[in-house]
Design a protein around this ligand. Structure first.
Ligand code: PMP
Length: 391
């Protein structure tokens, strides 16, 4: 096989300093972990409630594995469906206060499945410019027209909606919490626009579930909004893996029948489904409330401390705390210095974010302590002074 064109492509990626390599985690997810051989304070994980290595989830998974095996052996429609999968769907529907739910093997597949199934030729999808890659890919897979509005810009969205009367159906799709900016979408206003222009509102609450709202029900509960289609992932606040969609029974029945990323994907392992059920039990308990409270308290505290120091801190109340540095090279050096100080918080650079908007992205979890948060603030300050970030 002639691979010279691949070498050229890789050389180009390297020239732009965008070459990706893997980091190796050598320990279970906690606030600290062995990363590439040394212990670091981990400030980059989506394990928001700290449940990914919880003994109770491990026990539930082990029990299910003993009964059903490790692999699910087939798609949900052939041999991959068990009573645990069905129980999880019922539980997710009641957790999210919806009529019905369907689970996918990942949030990525859920987004692709929904958008490619619902939005068809003759329809239009309005999508935020900062939506997650899985939404972008879902839009690409659908045969509908795409209209990309500027980030959470209601004026831009409304003017696009005004010109869309000739489309058969209109869909507005948005992340509830933007993963690189840590901000919350104005869902109340989106819902109002959806109503006014006869559009469906599709929300991906990957980062809000488990973290915001009553019992961690998510961003829509937090803001008091009911979207038409509510998508999420189990891989962040819930500490396991997989994606889900909740909504009306008709919507869920349709997805089960037409959504290719559901039909042609091997079902999630029953062990993961069982662990997720246990995780929802914890979310809905007093302990879940305490974990959420601790996480949001730490996040608010770190935001305030970093602002006090002089950083430009982005986002809202979420545990995603992006700290704007600006220049891509400086941000990279900043992240490297943090690593030398045993803190892992990645540099986020173009093309993930616009030129001049590079940032250090800190993610907290309920496993962090106030002492660790103080360490993060102290080291961030030290590195900023060294690199003369505040002039
Ligand atoms: N949506 C958003 C906003 C995400 O951040 C992610 C994960 N990075 C996904 C969807 C995909 O979810 P999963 O990792 O379960 O495939």
């Amino acid at each position: 096989m002639d691979t010279r064109w691949m070498d050229h492509q890789l050389a180009e990626i390297k020239r732009k300093e965008l070459y990706r390599t893997l980091r190796t985690m050598e320990s279970a997810p906690k606030s600290t972990g062995i990363l590439n051989g040394t212990e670091k304070l981990i400030c980059a994980s989506n394990n928001y409630l700290g449940l990914a290595a919880d003994e109770r989830l491990i026990e539930a998974a082990t029990e299910a594995m003993r009964k059903y095996g490790v692999g699910s052996t087939g798609s949900r429609l052939i041999t991959g469906n068990t009573a645990i999968h069905e129980q999880l769907e019922r539980r997710l529907a009641s957790f999210k206060q919806a009529e019905a739910a369907i689970i996918y093997s990942s949030g990525y597949l859920a987004n692709i499945g929904v958008l490619s199934s619902l939005a068809q030729k003759g329809d239009i999808i309005f999508s935020d410019e900062l939506n997650h890659a899985s939404i972008i890919d879902g839009c690409r897979l659908s045969r509908a027209e795409k209209s990309i509005y500027s980030h959470v810009n209601l004026v831009d969205l409304e003017s696009r909606l005004q010109q869309s009367a000739h489309f058969r159906r209109r869909f507005i799709v948005t992340d509830a919490v933007f993963s690189m900016d840590g901000n919350i979408a104005p869902l109340i206003e989106f819902k109002r626009l959806a109503k006014a222009y006869d559009a469906y509102l599709i929300v991906d609450d990957a980062h809000g579930t488990g973290v915001l709202g009553t019992n961690g029900r998510g961003t829509c509960d937090y803001l008091g909004v009911s979207p038409d289609v509510y998508i999420g992932t189990l891989s962040k606040g819930l500490g396991t893996e997989g994606g889900y969609v909740v909504g009306s029974q008709t919507l869920i029945d349709l997805l089960r029948n037409v959504s290719r990323s559901f039909i042609f994907q091997t079902a999630m392992s029953p062990a993961v489904a069982a662990a997720t059920l246990r995780s929802i039990d914890i979310l809905e308990s007093e302990e879940g409330k305490e974990r959420r409270h601790h996480l949001l308290h730490l996040s608010a505290h770190l935001r305030a401390r970093l602002k006090e120091i002089g950083f430009h801190v982005m986002g809202d109340v979420t545990p995603i705390i992006p700290v704007l540095i600006g220049d891509a090279d400086r941000t990279l050096v900043f992240a490297q210095r943090l690593q030398e100080e045993n803190i892992f918080a990645p540099a986020i650079r173009p093309p993930t974010v616009p030129v001049g908007k590079s940032r250090i992205r800190i993610c907290l979890t309920a496993q962090h302590s106030m002492e660790q948060v103080e360490t993060i603030a102290r080291v961030m300050n030290k590195v900023a002074q060294e690199l003369i970030i505040f002039s």
